[in-house]
Structures are given as C-alpha cells and as structure tokens.
Design a protein around this ligand. Structure first.
Ligand SMILES: *Cc1c(COP(=O)(O)O)cnc(C)c1O
Length: 490
C-alpha cells in the first residue's frame, strides 16, 4: 500500500521487522512509567479477516435499498440518492456553525427558503427548523402552549392536555414533560375521536388538544373542524401532529383547519428515513397568534442579507445547540424543490393509493380490519391477527418473523395499543404496484400456513443468519455483547 509515512512511524516499523510485539520493546521517551502499557489488550487479526467480517455483517442487514420496508408510522420509503449527494458536498461539510454569518449566506438562504416552503405546505404563519426530531417538536410545541397560557395568566387553571387514545405515544409523553396533565378521550366504533366524550372533558381547565392526523389507525378525523371549534370555544390551543404528512400534503393544510401549532417529521416525509437512529428533524410551524413563542433563533432576511434573529422576547428560548440538523434540512429542501407542489401532492396520492391497494388484496378472514370497516385508509392501515392467536396460537410477532423468511421486512407490530395483535402497515409512495402485490401475496401465504402448519410460522425465521433471539438478553446492557471483551467475560 502506498501512503506517506509519518516520521515517528519509521522507528516502530523497523522494530516491527525484528520483533513481533513492538509495544513491549519500544521505549516511548518522555512518558511517565506508569502510563506506559506493556501490552494492549486488543484482538490480533489480519486486515483480510476484518474486512470480510464487516462485509459479511453488512450483508446480514436489511434496508430500504434492499426491499419493501413497510413499518407503519415510520415512512421507511426509498429516498432519492441525489439528495444524499447534495448534502455530501464539501461546501456544506466544511461549514462551521460558529463562522460569521456574512460567510455563510448560502446555507442561511436555504434554511430561510425551506422554512417558507414548510409554512406554505402547512398553512401556518412561521416555522422553526431547530427541533431535532418529532417528539422534540412536540415538546417545543407544548412548551409554546404553556408560554401562551402563562401570558394570559391562566397557568394555574389550564393544566389539562386532551389526547385521543388513537394518538401517537409520544404525544402524552411530550405534554407530560411540558407539565400538563393528560386527559384521554376514547375512539368511537369508527376509530375516530368520540365527539360527545370530547365535549364532556373540555372546559376552563383545558390547555389544548393534541391530534395525530391521520390517527394511528390510518384514519382521517372527518370531524376535525368540529374538534378544533370545541377546543377553541373553551379557550384551548390546538396542536397538529403532522409527522405523517405524506398522507395529506398538497391536499389539505392544518393551518387552514385552524391549528395553532403543527410539527412535521422531515425524517419521514421529506427524504430522510425515520429508522436508523438519526439524525432527524422536527420543525415546528405556528399560527400568527402563537408565533412569538417559537424557539430562537429564527432566520430573517432584511432584503439584503440573511441573519439569525435572537431578539424575540416572548420566545421559549433555546431548545437545542445551533440551528437544527442541517443535513436533514438541506435534503428536505432539495426534495421539495425537486418535486414541486405537484410532485408533493402526487407523493401523498400514491402513498394513500398504495396503502388502500395493499389492504384490498389481503385475506380479511385472517387479517381483520378493526374500526370503520370499509372506510378508506390514508397512508397506512392497521389489521389484527387476534383471531389467529386464539385459534392457532400464531401471533403478530410470528407473522413478522415469517415475513423475514420471504426476504421482505415486517411491518410495525403491537402498535397502536388499541388494537390486539396489531400489524400496522405503511407501504409508502415509493413502492411499485408489483411490490405491493408481492407483499400481499406473501402475507396471504403466511396466513394460509398459519392455519395449516402453524408450527412452521411459530418457528420462523429459518433462512436468516440469526433466528429468534432472546429479547431480554439482547436489550440488557450486561448481556448485550457488542464488543469482544464482554464476550470473554460474560
Ligand atoms: C414518528 C412519529 C412521532 C415521533 O417522531 P420521532 O422523530 O420518532 O420522535 C410523533 N408522532 C407521530 C404521529 C409519528 O408517526
């Protein structure tokens, strides 16, 4: 291999040619005796073995670039590679968040324009790009509601955040962290907010409502305007969880429906996958009434230059270092510019079409549809295999494991909690009809096997490098073996 050697390496290499253990022989001049390690306790492997090990590991994995990955609620879609290329440019990579603003007008302009696009898409008044993910956006939004209530001098009375039982689980968690008491409203038989139940819980104590739209059953709240009115009439604020905007963008705008605060998950809808542990981005969009509470800094333009505005006295303040996860933000900007208004609307239409097409192909004797049977779903849907569990002992988890044997990824399982043995399936807009049909065929075949050879399904997967793992062991820090040293000790 050709590389320029650093000067200090030469004596080491000379020693290496004479002795096997360099570190035992070479005296590192100037270091205190007790700091010099005689022997470094690391594995001794050749480059060939290491490369082959990691290449093999990479092939044991599954990702959206390998096949359909219909994790409901997560929007694991194929994202254009051009967006990745754009964020890999050295012009972005070499930027430093502390460099003078005159020297990074380009990125400020991109962020300013992205915020404007999101305002346009949501029908809000202003947007902050700072929040790091969806749940963080919710926390920011609920803190803004808290600040608005405090300004009105009602903090002692308005303490209740209303959250339907079909909401995403992060909603109650975020509201509780912002200091609110959670009041749950049940779903009716159609899987929508029970309006009578809502009327019974609203009042002077109501801080607001957090609505996941579409809800976790994949249903659009058809009474959404009435819900907004009921909450506003008692002086509450309305929060729209827009993490799954690929069901509705270009079709309807939460701002037009009267929502005060909306968060989006750019790492779902806008060209960054949700899985993989980040980074994410959860911009918060606000109506004119509450925009003054948005976190700082906001990006402003004075007609000549772009700058970061910190002087906003009513802001809830800083919620994160710097100005957001820039790589996710730039990908979202590229994606929006690439698709345009029409393209975004098409993406939503295709996401909803794929979801309903897949649902229509499933064997409903096995994959039962809870709530509002026959009502079209949005970008995702939920089915239950509770009957299969009762009759044959085959669970949602078993179906998920069996899918892996067919070379496709399982959907989200056991969520939402209001459905027994739930499979939550989101094919996303980027799957072709053939892929959707193939996924349906596999699901139906597994349903058939679940009734005729249930033991096969319960034992799956058979074709993967790793079968069923001990889930408790795999998640406990003492037994989760991530490095070789642990392996020796445990
Ligand atoms: C994914 C999701 C969230 C949470 O987003 P994170 O980025 O994972 O924190 C919140 N609400 C809904 C409806 C979601 O689908």
């Amino acid at each position: 291999m050709m590389f320029r050697q650093a000067r200090w390496i030469e004596p080491l290499l000379n020693e290496l040619s004479k002795e096997d253990n360099v570190l035992e022989k070479v005296k590192l001049e100037g270091l205190p005796e007790e700091m010099v390690r005689e022997k470094i306790d690391i594995p001794n492997l050749t480059e060939t073995r290491i490369v082959r090990h990691f290449m093999r590991l990479s092939q044991m994995n599954f990702g959206v670039d390998f096949g359909i990955y219909p994790l409901g609620s997560c929007t694991m879609k194929y994202n254009p590679k051009v967006c990745e290329r754009i964020v890999s440019t050295p012009k972005l990579k070499m930027l430093h968040p502390l460099q003078p603003q005159e020297t990074c007008q380009g990125i400020l302009q991109i962020l300013y324009e992205l915020a404007q696009c999101l305002v346009e898409i949501t029908g809000a008044y202003r947007a902050s790009l700072v929040p790091a993910a969806g749940a963080h956006g919710e926390f920011v939004g609920t803190l803004m509601i808290r600040a608005a209530i405090k300004d009105k001098g009602e903090l002692d009375t308005r303490k209740e955040m209303i959250i339907p039982d079909s909401a995403h689980g992060t909603n109650p968690a975020s509201a509780a962290m912002a200091g609110f008491r959670i009041v749950k409203v049940p779903s009716n038989s159609e899987g929508l907010v029970d309006i009578e139940a809502l009327k019974n819980v609203v009042g002077k104590k109501t801080a607001g409502i957090m609505l996941t739209v579409p809800n976790t059953l994949g249903l659009f709240e058809k009474n959404i305007l009435e819900i907004v009115n009921i909450v506003k009439e008692v002086g509450g604020y309305t929060y729209y969880d827009g993490a799954n905007l690929n069901a509705l963008m270009g079709k309807v705008r939460p701002g037009d429906m009267g929502f005060d605060i909306i968060h989006l998950n750019l790492h779902k809808t806008f060209a960054t996958p949700h899985g993989g542990g980040g980074p994410g981005s959860g911009p918060v969009c606000a109506s004119k009434e509450v925009e003054e509470y948005l976190p700082v800094p906001l990006i402003e333009f004075d007609g000549r230059k772009y700058y970061l505005e910190y002087d906003r006295p009513k802001s809830i303040g800083f919620v994160r270092g710097f100005y957001g996860n820039i790589s996710v933000l730039v990908k979202a900007y590229a994606y929006i510019r690439l698709l345009g208004a029409k393209g975004l609307r098409n993406a939503s239409e295709r996401a909803v079409l794929n979801s309903n097409y897949l649902l229509s192909l499933l064997d409903k004797r096995f994959y039962e549809v809870p709530y509002g049977t026959g009502v079209p779903r949005k970008h995702e849907f939920v089915v239950s295999v509770g009957e299969a569990l009762r009759e044959k002992g085959v669970s949602a988890k078993d179906i998920g494991k069996a899918l892996i044997d067919y070379g496709v990824h399982a959907p989200t399982i056991y969520f939402p909690l209001i459905v027994q043995e739930a499979l939550m399936i989101e094919p996303t807009e980027t799957e072709e009809f053939e892929e959707v049909e193939e996924y349906a065929r596999i699901l139906n075949e597994i349903a058939y096997r679940a009734y005729n050879e249930p033991e096969w399904v319960k034992g799956a997967p058979y074709n993967t490098s790793v079968g069923r793992i001990d889930e408790a062991k795999a998640s406990h820090p003492r037994t989760m073996r991530l490095n070789w040293r642990n392996l020796e000790k445990v």
